[in-house]
Design a protein around this ligand. Structure first.
Ligand code: SF4
Length: 401
């Protein structure tokens, strides 16, 4: 796979009032500055970053999560291309805050420009000519191009070789995992004394009016937090979505449907506009997994397709934690879905709706069509809108109809 085409726009070209707030004490320590900045995990978790750093004290490794896992989203990749030095400065500061000796950037090799820019900064750091104080021994480690490569436990497994139990967090492997935009904003807080007032986002899908074709993702840097989706679309001259179009806030897998009145928050990864679900009025089964759309969203898609729901089953790898959240036992490594598909077929389903990782989608495709069942993926409408291959088979792409 090659990197998706993207075009970067600074918010200052779109909006007149970009809020700037400086921190009160330029001499405060790293964790105190991060705390005052209000930074939370910008990869989607929203956990306060100062708590993550404080809790991570004593961990051996800090990993920059540059997986850019969700299809269509490109803003993390873009930041590694244009602001590699700030990301690596944030990583170095985070290593110091927790006392870690090892720093790693986990990234997919398809994002070749970002890899080159990161390496160039590390080379400059080794020669003593980098713009900021950067640990030159930070390593770049490649991830497989699959979903969910950016899941924290998947990153720890693929980078450090430790498969954590579903209820464990990276500290159990002596690691702290941080999203690359969060790391850049650690730099902004500690080096530039700036509080968090903005968020990078990707706008993709049906972006008619913007001047870009649908196979381009528009990355907008530093969108003021609190702005509405309609303000962003208006500023980009993107058409106002029609009532039957869907607006996804976040990525196609894990995002949730929103509206023109939805606000850009600290964890908002993007705005994706897609057409309506394609009808499939035959009896349909659902397989819920831990890495994709919620059962609620899958049920809503079945309803939108006009299909009677036959049954809801759970991916064999998904388990429910005491807090009710689903977690995967081994993210992205499929246990086989034949049992679920055969059971749904016996119950009368003529099609199945999944939201699986690439590996599981592949195994579904090895079974369901042979039984005469159609396969739908929760991301289909959004992948089609972004002119990307729909998620069906690993290493084999299926062009959207
Ligand atoms: S194995 Fe199942 S729960 Fe785990 S990532 Fe794949 S689809 Fe999701």
């Amino acid at each position: 796979m090659t990197a998706r085409k993207h075009h970067i726009i600074e918010s200052s070209r779109l909006f007149t009032d970009i809020p700037v707030k400086t921190l009160s004490n330029p001499d405060a320590g790293i964790i105190d500055k991060v705390k005052e900045s209000g930074l939370v995990g910008m990869g989607g978790a929203g956990f306060p970053t100062f708590k993550k750093l404080a809790f991570g004290k004593g961990c051996e490794t800090v990993i920059a999560n540059g997986a850019e896992c969700e299809p269509l989203l490109e803003h993390n990749n873009a930041r590694m291309e244009t602001d590699a030095a700030k990301v690596l400065s944030g990583l170095t500061l985070s290593m110091r805050a927790v006392g870690a000796k090892r720093g790693i950037v986990a990234i997919k090799p398809k994002n070749a420009l970002a890899v080159r820019r990161l390496q160039a900064v590390l080379d400059a750091a080794a020669e003593g000519s980098a713009d900021y104080d950067i640990d030159p021994d930070i390593e770049i480690v490649f991830l497989k191009d699959r979903y969910p490569a950016g899941d924290e436990r998947a990153i720890v497994r693929d980078v450090l070789g430790t498969l954590l139990p579903p209820d464990a967090i990276p500290s159990a492997a002596s690691a702290v995992v941080m999203n690359v935009e969060s790391l850049m904003r650690v730099h902004n807080a500690v080096v530039e004394n700036l509080a968090v007032t903005t968020k990078d986002i990707t706008v993709a899908g049906h972006i008619e009016g913007s001047g870009f074709p649908d196979d381009v993702s528009i990355v907008v840097y530093d969108v003021p937090i609190g702005l509405k989706v309609r303000d962003v679309l208006d500023a980009l001259h993107v058409h106002t979505p029609t009532p039957d179009e869907q607006i996804m806030i976040g990525g196609p897998y894990m995002g949730s449907l929103g509206s023109l009145d939805s606000e850009i928050g600290e964890t908002c990864g993007g705005i994706i506009i897609a057409g309506p679900e394609i009808p499939d009025p035959g009896p349909m089964g659902i397989i819920v997994c831990a890495c994709g759309a919620s059962e609620e969203r899958l049920r809503a898609i079945v309803e939108a397709k006009g299909a009677p729901l036959v049954d809801v089953r759970l991916c064999k790898n998904a388990c429910r934690l005491p807090n009710g959240r689903l977690k995967c036992r081994n993210p992205g490594i499929c246990p086989g879905q034949a049992q679920n598909i055969i059971a749904l077929k016996k119950e009368g389903a003529t099609s199945v709706l999944i939201s699986h990782c690439t590996d599981c989608s592949n195994t579904v495709m090895q079974v369901a069509p042979k039984l005469g069942m159609r396969v739908h993926h929760a991301t289909d409408a959004f992948m089609r809108a972004g002119d990307e291959p729909i998620i069906r088979a690993f290493r084999k792409t299926v062009k959207a109809a």
